[in-house]
Design a protein around this ligand. Structure first.
Ligand SMILES: NC(=O)c1ccc[n+]([C@@H]2O[C@H](COP(=O)([O-])OP(=O)(O)OC[C@H]3O[C@@H](n4cnc5c(N)ncnc54)[C@H](O)[C@@H]3O)[C@@H](O)[C@H]2O)c1
Length: 354
């Protein structure tokens, strides 16, 4: 199988590519990535020389280049992950989110449709467009309940609204033109190679440097956490075995308050790096409550029964095992962390410019 993966230099995309190249020798991957601040080819160093791996530095909004890539590689499938993905950035500057997440998805859908229409019957039936999305499109839950595949879309941030729009476009290209799509909506991912602006790496790196650990509001917001390699396996399962036109929710059954997540990181670090920075007895002493994110969703929780029932997928990592692996990885890869942060982003607070 020849697969285009968009956003393959990002956090989840690179996990998907490492998994495909290592676990599925019959798959050839074409990574299409613009390399924004969040994209880093170092995350693919293990596999970059592999004959089944190709890289194209291309913006998904560039219709001509996307058409060339379809015609040159003649893929059997496309898994679309490229996106602007950080909620705080979407508050300060939504334009890039509208451009990449909505217009970029439209460009890919049109190019995929034209290519797919030109295939013979057998190849046309086998082709797949897999759109990778988030549980944030469903909005915020109260104390009870779970998001299912039929939950109403109620996005609250510019990021989630742009992802919701892209989900609707993908569904429409299926219903109107018959493009064979599958769609997945996943909960919060964590694991190695995540850009240090996101909660878990940010807290781990700040703690090690003796810097404050910012908790938005009271820290009582609840997220469901999934280890990134479990997500990668789920995506491949849906792409290869999912039913055309269907949505699958992916989650880890790990609902945690943000403050619990931060305290877990601190406890793991207390064990692994007992030589605390000067003046710090325990890493949790660095916890600092800061202004909440505007429009902050209170709770996300995923009902992942459909993918378990229909495709026999369940996560392999628990929150405890996944978190230990993750923190250990950040400790072992401080050079990666330094290099990806050597650009403009210096762990400053974003997302208050309303
Ligand atoms: N991180 C999560 O917890 C999570 C959860 C559910 C769904 N998702 C979705 O999964 C996908 C990947 O998320 P991530 O956390 O890996 O994101 P990321 O920000 O780490 O990576 C995004 C990648 O897309 C690339 N990119 C951005 N704009 C592009 C453009 N115009 N053209 C080509 N490439 C471009 C970037 O260079 C980067 O490599 C996104 O679609 C996101 O909405 C993420």
């Amino acid at each position: 199988m020849k697969m285009i993966v968009t956003g393959g230099a990002g956090f989840i995309g690179s996990a998907v590519i490492r998994y495909l190249i290592k676990a599925h020798p019959d798959v050839t991957v074409i990574n299409v990535d613009k390399l924004t601040y969040a994209g880093n080819l170092e995350s693919l160093r293990d596999i970059e020389e592999h004959p089944n791996y190709h890289f194209e530095q291309v913006d998904i909004c560039n219709a001509q280049e996307i058409e060339r890539i379809f015609n040159q590689y003649r893929p059997d499938a496309i898994m679309h992950l490229a996106a602007e993905s950080h909620v705080d950035r979407s508050i300060d500057g939504p334009a890039e989110f509208i451009q990449t997440n909505i217009a970029g998805t439209y460009i890919l859908l049109e190019a995929a449709k034209q290519f797919w229409l030109g295939l013979d019957d057998k190849a046309r039936a086998a082709f797949r467009f897999h759109h990778v999305s988030t549980d944030e499109v469903y909005g915020s839950l109260g104390k009870e309940g779970l998001f299912t595949e039929t939950s109403t879309y109620k996005p609250n941030s510019p990021y989630s609204a742009s992802k919701a729009s892209s989900d609707h476009l993908v569904r429409a290209w299926h219903k109107t033109y018959g493009l064979p799509i599958v769609l997945t909506n996943c909960s919060n991912n964590y694991g190695p190679y995540q850009f240090p602006e996101k909660l878990i790496p940010l807290v781990a790196l700040n703690a090690l440097a003796g810097k404050p650990l910012p908790i938005y509001g009271k820290g009582d917001q609840i997220r469901d956490w999934l280890y990134v390699d479990d997500h990668a396996r789920a995506l491949y399962r849906v792409l290869t075995q999912g039913k055309i036109g269907e949505t699958y929710n992916i989650g880890g059954h790990n609902e945690k308050q943000n403050i619990e997540v931060v305290k877990t990181i601190c406890h793991i670090l207390d064990e692994l790096v007992p030589s605390h920075p000067a003046g710090v007895q325990a890493y949790a002493d660095l916890i600092t409550y800061v202004a909440d994110r505007p429009g902050h969703d209170q709770r996300y929780a995923i009902d992942a029964d459909k993918i378990k029932r229909d495709l026999d997928w369940v996560p392999e990592e628990t929150f405890e095992t996944g978190m230990k692996k993750t923190i250990q990885w950040y400790l072992d890869n401080s050079d990666w962390c330094e290099r990806v942060q050597s650009g403009k982003y210096q762990q400053e607070r974003l997302g208050l410019n309303v």
